[in-house]
Design a protein around this ligand. Structure first.
Ligand code: PLP
Length: 427
């Protein structure tokens, strides 16, 4: 475990945060897209490239044994991190997109038929829309959508009305990458399960900001990317309920996912390897072990309280300062948008994470982003892979700032000062 007592000590673990861009200290606020990497992850990747670099599960030699131990060790770390019952539940993929495609392809080949329906949430990332559309096209099925209310929360009444015996799977966002509100996934799961319908949760943002216990959540699938939670790019996870994974056909065929192969017939390896064809990105996957250990150490003890206090300050400050800017619309403020609404428990459904998307009248998002970049502030703009949600709010682009525990309140202040400068330059 890592011992860190302050945000500065956390920052000290991330070499990339110390750099300057355009001669200005970097203020990295594009964490919703990918996180920077702590030294422990960089060291593990280096160590493997310089030493334990051999294909996993394949050879009877020391290097392969070492690489396999690190790869399988990371699987155990993932299992513990999300409290999955067994290693069989943990499939390594290249990221959330690959995890959802795996389920959309394999589950739907087995369980989706003509006239069936799939429910997705209206705040879905394209990777939680397009794979299901492809499966629906193949099967002659259709997609139904949980509407998003003006404050960014789901219309649960409408969701209840969509659930019926034609629905074969529900696939929803744990936290939208545009709105940053913790969604009521547990409630969705309870309603869906009452009808015998399995639920996939897109945890690309959720895994980073919430403590995830898949048994407590009772989800059937949970998909996430390693690169958003400090691990190397190319790592990802699909958690699946074992009974379902056993029934699903393999996704890709190739090495490592087989038991015996003849030209007439192939039998498949047991879980989880049945879904891990070919050489995996074993170094990136192995980096999930130090990455998740690092993430875990930020969620325990005094440092967890320090982070929560800083994030609460950042959220309150950004909400107020953004709304003070003339012509600024902030999307999906959730409970904060409702006069007199009670704040949910920190991290519980309805609560906000330090992620804000907005538009400012008279300023193109891409112009704002370019000017902010020149001031050292990295933000995200565009559709954010959520075109239907953009359409829902009647826009084609937004600006997004997203924070991680290594970001400081001072950075939030610097962002607001820089934003004012950028707006003055554009108006
Ligand atoms: N889902 C959500 C909510 C995301 O934020 C992202 C990435 O931004 C994805 C899915 C896709 O993740 P990846 O590109 O790592 O597969």
């Amino acid at each position: 475990m890592y011992s860190m007592n302050s945000i500065d000590e956390i920052r000290g673990q991330f070499p990339a945060l110390g750099q300057k861009v355009w001669g200005k200290p970097l203020v990295y606020l594009d964490n919703g897209a990918t996180s920077q990497k702590p030294q422990c992850v960089i060291d593990l990747v280096d160590k493997m490239h310089c030493g334990a670099n051999a294909n996993v599960h394949r050879a009877m030699h020391k290097l392969s044994d070492d690489a396999t131990a690190l790869y399988e060790g990371a699987r155990e770390k993932v299992r513990q991190f999300i409290n999955a019952p067994a290693r069989e539940n943990i499939i390594f993929t290249s990221g959330t997109t690959a995890s959802i495609n795996l389920v959309a392809s394999s589950f739907c080949r087995r369980f989706l038929g003509e006239g069936d329906e799939i429910i997705v949430s209206g705040d879905s990332h394209h990777s939680n829309i397009v794979p299901w559309q492809m499966a629906c096209e193949a099967a002659g099925a259709s997609i139904k959508v949980i509407p998003v209310l003006e404050n960014g929360m789901w219309d649960m009444e409408a969701f209840r009305g969509l659930v019926g015996n034609k629905v074969k799977i529900v696939a929803v966002e744990h936290i939208s990458n545009v709105l940053g509100i913790v969604n009521p996934v547990k409630e969705v799961i309870e309603v869906a399960h009452a009808h015998g319908i399995p639920v996939l949760v897109d945890g690309a943002q959720g895994i980073v900001h919430c403590k995830v216990d898949v048994q407590e959540m009772d989800c059937d699938f949970y998909a996430f990317s390693g690169h958003k939670i400090y691990a190397a790019t190319g790592s990802g996870v699909l958690y699946g309920r074992q009974e379902l994974l056993e029934k699903m056909p393999p996704y890709m065929g190739g090495g490592d996912m087989v038991d015996t192969v003849t030209f007439g017939k192939t039998t498949y390896a047991p879980l989880p390897l049945k879904f891990e064809a070919g050489t995996p990105n074993f170094i990136a996957q192995a980096s999930l072990a130090p990455a998740l250990e690092f993430a875990q150490s930020l969620r325990e003890g005094e440092i967890a309280r320090v982070i929560e206090a800083e994030e609460r300050k950042i959220i309150a400050y950004l909400k107020e300062e953004l709304q003070k800017i003339e012509g600024c619309t902030v999307y999906g403020l959730g409970w904060m948008q409702q006069e007199g609404a009670q704040e949910p428990v920190w991290g519980a459904p309805g609560s906000k994470i330090p992620l804000f998307s907005f538009n400012i009248e008279g300023c193109f998002p891409s112009d704002l982003a370019q000017l902010l970049d020149k001031m050292g502030v990295a933000v995200r703009t565009g559709l954010m892979c959520c075109e239907p949600l953009m359409t829902r709010f009647g826009v084609t682009s937004m600006v997004r700032v997203s924070f991680l525990p290594y970001n400081t309140f001072a950075e939030a202040e610097h962002f607001i000062t820089s934003l004012h400068r950028a707006v003055r330059m554009l108006r």
